[in-house]
Design a protein around this ligand. Structure first.
Ligand SMILES: [Zn+2]
Length: 156
């Protein structure tokens, strides 16, 4: 299981992945421990029980602040799982948005029998030709040279 790093160095500052400074991050964790003690169990219902190391974890969708309600006790196995899924979800949604934008708005050039035609988007070309989306990508990304004789490239 890959763990997501909790902080990064930005120039002379240390920023956390939560958009707060590292000292604020430590401050809140210290406050949690002082007021609510050390985390002593895992509150994930589907916990595998693999780890006996516990800690306070920010609930998904909550922000870092001095509020007990924003935190949950997790074992380190569940914690890293939560971090990874949240991280991957964000990454996937970013990728997906990019792909959708490309599909609808990025112009392409299709060349067949020496004749070049410009289409405002992959979508418009597919609608006209009746071809499948995935196969167009194979040509655009260089996996295949042509698609039924069509050479496809980005317009710019
Ligand atoms: Zn757990």
């Amino acid at each position: 299981m890959k763990t997501v790093k909790q902080w990064k160095r930005v120039g002379r500052r240390i920023e956390t992945k939560y958009g707060i400074s590292y000292s604020m991050y430590q401050n809140i964790h210290y406050w949690m421990k002082k007021n609510f003690g050390k985390a002593g169990k895992c509150e994930n219902e589907n916990c595998s029980g693999k780890s006996t190391k516990y800690g306070w974890a920010l609930k998904i969708g909550y922000i870092y602040e001095k509020n007990r309600e924003n935190f949950v006790m997790l074992c380190s196995s569940c914690h890293s799982k939560q971090d990874t899924t949240e991280f991957q979800r964000k990454k996937m949604s970013k990728l997906w948005k990019g792909a959708t934008r490309e599909y609808h708005y990025v112009p392409i050039i299709v060349e067949k029998n020496g004749i070049k035609t410009r289409y405002p988007s992959i979508k418009s070309f597919l609608e006209e030709s009746g071809l499948k989306r995935s196969s167009v990508k194979d040509v655009l990304y260089g996996k295949n040279k042509t698609l039924f004789g069509n050479k496809i490239s980005y317009a710019n």
